[in-house]
Design a protein around this ligand. Sequence first.
Ligand code: SAH
Ligand code: SF4
Ligand code: F3S
Length: 417
Amino acid sequence: MKFYIETIGCQMNVNDSNKMAEILLEKGCVSAQDMLNADIVIINTCSVRFSAEHKAYSLLGRLKEQKEINPNLVIGVTGCMAQYASKEIKSRCKYVDFVIGAKETDLFSQTISKYISTEKNFEANKHKNNEVFRYITIMRGCSNFCSYCIVPHVRGPEVSIDYNEIIREIDKAVNDGAKEIILLGQNVNSYNYEGINFTRLLQKISQSDKVERIRFMTNHPKDFSDELIKEIAVNNKICRHIHLPLQSGSNAILKAMNRKYTYEQYETLFNKIKQSIPDINITSDIIIGFPGETDEDFKATFEASRKLQFGGLFIFKYSSRPKTLASKLKNTVPLEIIKKRHTLLLEDSNIISKKINEKYINKVVEVLVESFENNTAQAKNSQNIKVFFDTDNNLVGQKVNIKITKVLPNSMSGILQ
Ligand code: SAH
Ligand code: SF4
Ligand code: F3S
């Protein structure tokens, strides 16, 4: 049987999708090129913004037609929306075969077995050889309750995973050929398992000779310690990229968002990181149009972006989510204004990111090659910037030097040295 998994949302979901794919391969299924060719389709959903939920429902609408043509088609819905809205999914889409929430991923193997006709154990089906990086979940859930965010409501409270289990997973990944380990959690900075904090965990992971690069996400400014800054500065396996969401440059909005830091505290932390780790690339998230956001509040965010000069900025339009405190606020910002502010900031931040990347022009950077197609390789430097270059050889998994010749806001290209 052929399967297709559509992943919406963050790396947590990408990781869960990878695990589901592994289970399906072990059960003798093969992966389909696209949704239309599949016998099993899984939609792994996200709830963080309305648009993510809308995308899931429109995919499910298309699958309804596909099922009318092929009644044997198996349709599964998993992930965050499946966690809190399973009743709604089942009543709106009666043709869905199963719904498994993000907290019930353990049920997947058993559930999918019911739909697979001839189950065999195909170890050989695993296609891990080309894998360059692997996501490793180090904590589940979130206890921060930022007032706009649905994640704590669907994924539950923050739980750190036993570091022995994490190390075992990492050993498995590097033995399969992975060079880069990407640690995942909604707030990795508050990792703590039996007294082992995030810095200690990084130290433990770096001891493995086979781990070449370590990345992690996401960080919360309120928990980013001096100890961690020092560790990144001295540990050359840790990549020079920190995603540090600011969300807003206005203290009134930060307070209403329940972010637990002021803009000034953020700026101090930002400068401390830059001074201690000079080649660091700091990227961030911003929400535009949180209820009550005035022109002055937006101006503060715009100026913060100009002042801090992020290497990359993800700018989201505020989306009211069920269960959240912010969804009860009355002073919402009209969509027209949100759109205007969004465009203003996006255009300005793209110019900044491009200018920041321009410092690489004519410089040689070390990159790890991730993929190769039509004589073009895609790689990433330590700062998490995508680098493209032409080559006749498949260099996937290797570290090579590239002389940068061209830069864009989110990527660069150059010549293999
Ligand atoms: N735990 C991570 C974020 C997970 S969600 C963190 O705190 O950084 C990723 C991003 O989506 C957030 O940083 C935020 O900028 C954005 N986001 C979350 N809820 C949102 C909402 N209701 N509307 C718009 N953007 C939202
Ligand atoms: Fe959501 Fe805040 Fe938790 Fe991030 S830290 S997942 S934004 S509640
Ligand atoms: Fe991730 Fe979306 Fe869930 S951002 S944690 S998949 S709500």
